[in-house]
Design a protein around this ligand. Sequence first.
Ligand SMILES: [Ca+2]
Length: 290
Amino acid sequence: MAALRYLLALLSVAALLGADQSRYTRLLWSDEFNTPADTPPDPRYWSHLIGNGIGEIGLYGWGNFEMQYYTDAPSNAYSDGAGHMIIEARRLERAGFLDNGDVIDQLCPERPAGGPCRYSSARIHTQGKVAYRFGRIEARIKYPQGDGVWPAFWMLGNDASFDPQSSGYWPQCGEIDIAEYFSVHRHQMGHFLYYPQSPALGHGEEVKGSDFSLDFHTYALEWEPHEIRWYIDGVMTQRIERSKVKEWVFDKPFFLIFNIALHESPMMGDPKNTEFPKRMVIDYVRWYAP
Ligand SMILES: [Ca+2]
């Protein structure tokens, strides 16, 4: 009897989850990455951030002491020809020089000081091209793992700007981290919100699961006017209600970002100990409305 009750409880939970997810059936947009091998991200949807932040926004290492130099080279973001987009972080053969011989005219953070950039990577985003308000955003991803390797699937408000005078300057634009992987901790995936005027500039947490680098998983966000929910492989892993957010900036269109950053810290490890290249493999990304 107890077992039957348990089974019924499980079934009703499954029914609830199923009912919740089936609300999102109308596909607004997707990229399945079915392009020939070595094709760069489709420029109809994707743009690249380039550099290390100093030249672009005056923030060394994009404000996070990130150690990678972002390029739009196909060696850092390309289709594998088998239906996946690859974001590839690479250790450069010569610090300060890209693989094609181009000189990198920026310094990258390195403890205790800066030096010529030693790594290249990519950060692709859909700002101004694919941006919606609310819905279910889902991607199937296999994450890379290693000391100092920091890949993420995340979003910013479509008004995001690097101009400090702009109303879209971070964190006023808002940030939703769907799946941010501090990969040195293999079993922890970060779900965070950032917004202004909160002592901690937002909230969220890392959830524990399997070793996320071993296989593909589906990472999804259900973003509604009254709350935001995170899912891994269809199981809800976090919920944040609007009433718990000090300044809710999540009523406007947001755009998507995939990237691999590199970072050295006691918490993240040191990419010097990591064998490169490191690849983030994205099977698809889809945006649904109810
Ligand atoms: Ca695919």
